[in-house]
Write a protein that binds this ligand. Structure first.
Ligand code: UDP
Length: 239
């Protein structure tokens, strides 16, 4: 059964751009992700993208080593702009019309975030990449993704990860971990399941935006999950 979504926000962590590397941006990985997005576009879905920055810099990790947190967070946000430009480049090579909008204005590099303008891009069939999270330190791109999903009227937030859904414990460490097909926001928060930041989950709960967790590393999986096939966990208010 096809899922009742038309416009979605796809959130990827910066690590999705690393490929098999341990840091930075791998062009082949970017091209593969661009192919996933193109297949979803070609199937008629409208897409917004938020890419993290963890493949380059994370403010919290730097703060643990003595760095000032806010400065580290601004550096992390700048990293997300680099990632957004890399993905824009991959998408345009794949023939997908794309705009980058940043929550930190950077006039000669990309557009500033303007909600109505982003809406217009989507109406014209462009894919919009939202960079720099919410534009403030002490947040993450998960929360940025939930916020933009609400502002853009997205029908769902798709979180692409390296596992095929939400488990009751880490499936990479526990062979008998159980995967949920559906789960409620209340259970995700109550059981402290590490799906997305709690603030992002709460924002989706309050705005009734389902979160779909799926494996982005499997070829063709975004289009498959959007078509209601493939394996994923869906988080809603009712589950
Ligand atoms: N960040 C921030 N405010 C935001 C979004 C991101 O300060 O609204 C910073 C924060 O330091 C974060 C880094 O940017 O660690 C990279 O983002 P994130 O950790 O969400 O990336 P991901 O884990 O998804 O790759």
């Amino acid at each position: 059964m096809s899922r009742p979504f038309k416009r979605i926000l796809l959130k990827l962590s910066g690590e999705a751009l690393m490929g098999d590397g341990a840091y930075g941006i791998d062009v082949a990985a970017v091209d593969r992700l661009a192919g996933e997005v193109k297949a979803a576009r070609d199937a008629g879905f409208e897409l917004c993208l938020v890419i993290g920055g963890g493949n380059i810099f994370r403010g919290l990790a730097a703060a643990a080593k003595g760095f000032e947190r806010a400065t580290g967070d601004y550096m992390g946000m700048l990293a997300t702009i680099m990632n957004a430009l890399a993905v824009q480049n991959g998408l345009e090579r794949a023939g997908v019309d794309t705009r980058v909008q940043s929550a930190i204005p950077m006039a000669s590099v990309c557009e500033p975030y303007i909600r109505r303008r982003a809406q217009r891009h989507l109406e014209k069939g462009r894919t919009v990449i939202f960079a720099a999270g919410v534009g403030s330190p002490f947040f993450t791109t998960d929360t940025g993704a939930a916020l933009r999903a609400a502002e853009m009227g997205c029908d769902a937030l798709f979180k692409g990860t390296s596992v095929d859904g939400i488990y009751d414990s880490d499936p990479k460490k526990n062979a008998s971990a159980k995967r949920y097909d559906r789960i409620s926001f209340a259970d995700v928060l109550g059981k402290d399941l590490k799906v997305m930041d709690a603030s992002a989950v709460a924002l989706c709960r309050d705005n009734n935006i389902p979160i779909v967790v799926f494996n982005i590393r499997e070829h063709g999986n975004l289009a498959r999950v959007l078509a209601g096939e493939g394996t994923a966990t869906i988080v809603t208010n009712e589950a």
